[in-house]
Design a binder for this molecule. Sequence first.
Ligand SMILES: [Mn+2]
Length: 389
Amino acid sequence: MAGEPAESGAVRAVSTVEVETALAVLPGPRSASSSASGAEPEAAGGAGRFEEEWRRALELVAGSDEVDLICHICPDGDALGSALAAALALRGLGKRVRVSFGDDPQVIPESLSFLPGQELIVPAAAVPAAPGLVLAFDAASEERLGLLRDRALAADALVVFDHHASNPGFGTVRLIDPSAPATAVLVDELLRRLRVPLDQSIATCLYTGIATDTGSFKYRATTPATHEMAGRMLATGIRQDLISRQLWDTTSFGYLKVLAGALERAAFEPEEAGGHGLVWTWVPYQDLALFGVTVEEIEGLIDVLRKPAEADVALVLKQDPDGTLRGSCRSRGAVDVAAACARLGGGGHVYAAGFSTREAVADAVQRFRTALAEVAAAAEADPAGPDAR
Ligand SMILES: [Mn+2]
């Protein structure tokens, strides 16, 4: 999953009181850091947190001449940007590095084609069966490593860099910080500790990671520290205007036709999600084939579906050629979609989550409706409980 979506779109036709009430129950790094009046580190890799994990990670890196850097399947900007930035840094330190992810074939989205360091990417099969040191980036679970799961688990050491709250914890060293807006923030900290100076290639990768996972600095997890990090990246002279255009403002004409079909099929169900409303649609594989559009190109479809103010939850089901449906969902905050997706075997963040299923569209949506209703009911029964988050 790419990151948490927004509260930015949460300006809807409701009273100020309702907005303030909603904001009051939402957790977030902003309230946490303000109450600590700056005494607490704001995010992730900040000094004082995970010190033992960082010590072990740096020791492992220092002791390895060869490092495999892997990220989750169907990589997004944070996954690939984090892995490539770390790989470029370690290569700069004289280490042999391989970057990989567990898809076959490996598809790098056109929107990420500008990322530097891609010459370091190797097929999953080129990663040793029992590697020495593996660094995993942005993978919320072992399963998200796909074809590389077994190899990663067979490594002498597996260091996991991640920021998904749903991460159950795996690997020998776990640098997992749900307060970080992107895994790239943890990589930024890794480079600081390794004393690797930023260059434009590394900065492009890290900027892409935080920009994608914060929805271009719009989402709630964005903090002053996020902007401070982005500022350091821009200070290297990278062209954030070109990066942004490639990431968000470039599509094929075929995408417009697929979008048109998806919007035509969109349904608004005000009673769902405990009365908070659901907007959903699906994209048949035939549409993608007809208009020559890849499944990666429609990742952004959910950002259109989640715009209607009438609904708290949005869902897009994307059909793979083999019939598998991959669901992406977003919440404005009334319903925890990570909890709902977990009931369908998926996961993610409170505001952004996903799942996949082999069911028919109608069955998948019905099961999602049921999961939403359960999560909404649990939140109502216990507003302070985990499902309320
Ligand atoms: Mn991420």
